[in-house]
Design a binder for this molecule. Structure first.
Ligand code: MOS
Length: 690
């Protein structure tokens, strides 16, 4: 690949360029943009899980002082196409899940809008609903593909006929979980002169525009989306959701006034996607030396009746372990529930919990150390594609982690260590995540007043994109970081792909390097004012020649209270292979965050769906516990010193998601080591240990 880059800024632990703005409050998030004379929107949501609105009475709401309009399916503007069912809001009286948007109040203050929304009276015709995922549901079906475009099923050899000497056969389950970024989903929409302008909290301004445009019947050029700062997303802001369409409809009727819509935390639990619950049947078979002969991973999960989203739960298993006999399958139940969507490492996060727990069970059954067993099963080429890996350093991660963690000399017997009332155990698990690169971005470089302006409509969702991409641009232009001004987060800038699948910096960085290369080709090192060049992301033949994945090894120490079952996690360590690290400060932060979220998944997160009413009852941060500082003790991360020659011009790979992959299994395996109890059902709550 290109040797254009001389890494100087790349590799430096630069502080976030927008850090001071964020600390002093001048960095504006979606809802904070000053707009003149706004109206505030409060949604009305369905209170049944399936049926139809027979009558909707808005008189009391409309009569409230300060209410401008109440929108329902009876008076809302018509959307241009019904082909995007999740965004088909206020177009019909049908109810497909509890919490569905059925109306909206526009008012002079948020308080009035909320009060009026409570005054809307709805008569429903209820129909029976199905909201509980069951492995034996008659209506399970095989999707055509799983997210984003993997085959639903794979098969090698004879997975049903194989008879290995040692077999582990177990079912693992993970619950429904919800993304809870610090900044709730929010939009300001203004529809004036046939142009819709939105300040939105999104992981992709261009994706927001391209999905909304056909629904609204607008030429994409007539929509502008801005998102200069975003307070987290974890996947939930990776696309438009129903509230974005609702905000646009509200703006349509607001007579040119801006409308402001901020979802409440409780509303987010019905409207912005979530991780599907999974039921995963895993069989691993090996010879007495622990060499795998059989791997099957059969997944049951849910989608909605509104729109299909098929999580790729077994896809990580396809690349991490080879065996002559393998099978992976995905089966879906379409339930009367909200549409599931991306949540940090969709697929790999729940899937590798099952696989890496099963590998621990297999190691125990074989009487082999779980690190040894993993190293004995390192494949020479990618078992999913047959391609060589650009860099598969999983065994190095495991060995270096073992060294740092102090794994040697561990007594593998469960319940072998006790400290007073606390049972102490350690566990390990592997992580893998694909090195996605999304085609379709462009960038421009312009020279003016001694400075280089780099423009690309990328997203910084709190990850530090603005800083890392500036470092990449500086090296590509062979200039110091202080000479580069990066602009992002606006559809008025060149098109950028979504911040998703840990693909952002790879995709945009490659694009910026290409624009810089063209700029330097045209203007050399001594450009004149106004010189400008653009670049599109080049075709990368290496992507077809190599399997590009990141890897990692997680180590956990847990203490389980023998009387109460309380689990504490005094120590977590992750060692990763992620290619060259563009900014160690930011990468460390991403990996720490991913591992913390993995701990949260292991011990806490569980959206409890009420089967009778069909909604998530613990729909706020008081009841849905996300790991907080008090839960986290010592987390250490490190990475191998490497450079992936095939991934991108920076030699880097994505880091946003791999931290959450495998960390729940490392904790579950440590809990088993501490207690002798194998918890196959997340989260690992105290009742499961008594
Ligand atoms: Mo990530 S779940 O692709 O934002």
């Amino acid at each position: 690949m290109t040797d254009l880059l001389r890494p100087r800024a790349i590799g430096a632990p630069l502080e976030r360029l927008d850090g001071p703005d964020k600390i002093n409050g001048t960095a504006r998030y979606a809802f904070e943009h000053p707009v003149p004379d706004p109206l505030y929107v409060h949604p009305v949501q369905a209170t049944i899980a399936r049926g139809r609105i027979e009558d909707i009475d808005v008189h009391a709401a409309e009569d409230l002082d300060g209410v401008a309009t109440v929108l329902t399916h009876e008076n809302a503007p018509r959307l241009a196409t019904g082909s995007d069912a999740e965004l088909w809001v206020l177009q019909s009286p049908e109810i497909a899940f509890r919490g569905q948007l059925i109306g909206a109040v526009l008012a002079e203050t948020p308080e009035i809008a909320r009060q009026a929304a409570d005054l809307v009276r709805v008569d429903y015709r209820r129909e029976p609903h199905h909201v509980v995922l069951r492995g034996d549901d008659d209506a399970l079906y095989a999707p055509e593909v799983v997210n984003p475009s993997f085959a639903a099923d794979t098969r090698d050899g004879d997975p049903d006929g194989a008879e290995p000497a040692v077999v582990v056969d177990a079912t693992y389950t993970t619950p429904m979980e919800h993304n809870n970024p610090m900044e709730p989903h929010a939009t300001i929409a203004t529809w004036r002169g046939g142009v819709l302008t939105m300040y939105d909290s999104t992981q992709g301004v261009h994706q927001m525009r391209s999905r909304l445009a056909p629904v609204l019947g607008l030429d994409p050029e007539r929509i502008r989306v801005l998102a200069p700062h975003v307070g987290g997303g974890f996947g939930s802001k990776g696309t438009a959701h129903a509230h974005n369409a609702l905000a646009a409809l509200a703006a349509r009727v607001a007579g040119g006034r801006p409308v402001k819509l901020a979802l409440t935390r409780q509303q987010m639990f019905a409207l912005v996607g979530y991780r599907t619950p999974t039921i995963q049947h895993v069989r691993l078979g090996a010879d007495r030396d622990g060499k795998l002969e059989l791997v099957t991973h059969d997944v049951v999960e849910q989608t909605s009746t509104v729109q299909e989203f098929a999580e790729q739960t077994a896809v990580g298993t396809r690349t991490v372990y080879a065996a002559p006999n393998r099978r992976t399958t995905h089966r879906l139940a379409a339930l009367d529930v909200p549409v599931p969507f991306w949540m940090r490492a969709p697929g790999e996060a729940p899937g590798m919990f099952a696989t890496e727990s099963a590998v621990d069970e297999l190691a125990e059954a074989c009487g082999i150390d779980p690190i040894d067993l993993r190293c004995r099963n390192e494949p020479a080429v990618d078992p999913a594609t047959g391609l060589p890996y650009s860099a598969r350093h999983l065994a190095e991660c495991l060995r270096e982690g073992a060294e740092r963690f102090g794994w040697a000399g561990r007594d593998p017997a469960p319940r072998s260590a006790r400290d007073g009332d606390w049972l102490v155990g350690t566990g390990v698990a592997s992580a893998t995540y694909p090195g996605y690169k999304m085609p379709g971005s462009t960038a421009t470089v312009r020279y003016r007043d001694g400075r280089y302006e780099v423009r690309i409509g990328a997203a910084d969702i709190g990850t530090g994109t603005r800083t890392a991409l500036t470092q990449i641009a500086a090296d590509a232009l062979d200039r110091p970081v202080s000479d580069v001004d990066l602009e992002l987060g606006d559809t008025a800038l060149p098109t950028a792909t979504v911040e998703g699948g840990s693909s952002g910096l790879t995709s945009w960085g490659t694009t910026v390097v290409e624009a810089a290369r063209r700029f330097r080709e045209k203007f050399g090192h001594d450009p004149a004012d106004g010189d400008e060049a653009d670049g599109a992301m080049p075709e990368e033949p290496d992507e077809q020649r190599y399997a590009i994945h990141s890897f990692g090894a997680h180590f956990a120490e847990v203490r389980v209270n023998a009387d109460t079952g309380e689990v504490r996690v005094p120590r977590l360590l992750g060692v990763f292979s992620v290619g060259r690290v563009v900014n160690p400060r930011l990468v460390r932060s991403q990996l720490l965050g991913g591992i913390t979220m993995g701990m949260s998944m292991a011990l806490f997160e569980h959206s409890v769906l009420d089967p009778q009413f069909g909604h998530v009852i613990n729909h706020d941060l008081a009841q849905y516990h996300v790991a907080a500082h008090a839960d986290v003790a010592d987390i250490e991360v490190s990475w191998l010193d490497e450079h992936d020659p095939h991934s991108n011009p920076m030699g880097s790979r994505g880091v946003g998601e791999i931290g959450i992959v495998g960390s729940p299994a490392a904790i579950a395996n440590a809990v088993h080591h501490a207690t002798g109890i194998r918890v196959r059902d997340l989260p690992i709550t105290p009742d499961k240990l008594l």
